[in-house]
Design a binder for this molecule. Sequence first.
Ligand code: UDP
Ligand code: MG
Length: 362
Amino acid sequence: MSQAVHALEIPAASIVVPEITVIIPVYNEEAILPALFSRLYAVMDKLECSYECLFIDDGSTDRSAALLREQFTSRSAHTRVILLNGNFGQHAAILAGFDYMRGRRAITLDADLQNPPEEIGKLLGKMDEGFDYVGTIRIQRQDHWWRRVASGCINKLRESTTNIRMTDQGCMLRAYDYAIVQAIKQTQEINTFIPALAYLYARNPTEVKVAHSERQAGESKYSLYKLMRINFDLLTGFSLAPLQVFSTVGMVIAMLSGLLVVILVLRRLIVGPEVEGVFTLFGVMFFLIGIVLFGIGILGEYVGRIYQQVQNRPRYIVQATLENRSQEEEMSRLPGLLFLPIIMLAYVACLYCWPTMSRSRW
Ligand code: UDP
Ligand code: MG
């Protein structure tokens, strides 16, 4: 049923509709790209279905863009490249991929070969079973221990504060039906977390276990700070729980301090003036100030995102695209080309006839 919807929604200009679009964000991955090309295309050629590999260069400053250009030249029938104007982040790059894809299904894949391309067939098999969104669970994740621990904590936090149910939120090897891609494209959030958004829109999601490798070359593009930012995107984008926790904690603390004031007044009346416990008082005060600052920070995370949303700046800017135009697109340019000789002929005719016409009139 969803197939019929897709046929209607795919733009008329791209009649050559591949079955699958593999979307790969690339940011300074020159060391890994040759290995990625040889493994990815080998896998896709074996799958016996039409496909395109859509690379989005996220403002790389190394030779990544040049390597992508070479790959486009050698495999232009199966390759498209979008060069972004700067570094907009992995999720913005994937959104650009969604906007430009021509396939009926999208596979998102990291460029660093941590997600083996050989697993793509497994995800497509699940989609053939009728699932519209296939997430992945990394078997034996090969990352630094601190990344694994942090991910475990964030996964638990997300489970308890949102209604998004994903076993392994960090793995970007995923498959999306075009209906979900359409829904994501219509969502105009500036800071978003695509796997969670897809889960929200999926009618029938599932997960499969996939292998995971160490980064084959280069280093992770995510510092601890960047990881924190992206996880704030996830929590603030899909839950109000952090704000609600703070209003609840604030209420409880206000009630307890009211009780404390009553007790202190009574002690003052019964016991008389007391000066002990000044340092305890400082301790309690600093603790409370810490909580207040943390609360203001959380509030700021939401307000900042509202501000960015109101600014409504583009999520990414495309500098150039490398792609073979479809026959339809070429045809749509033809009328203009056909008119050119006619206009030139008319011009020459005018030049020739004008002196004759002028003489005959005067
Ligand atoms: N990436 C990107 N823009 C960025 C950061 C990363 O396009 O600003 C790409 C990167 O080239 C890779 C993928 O996103 O293809 C995942 O990045 P990375 O492997 O560094 O993340 P990690 O595996 O450490 O979470
Ligand atoms: Mg990686």
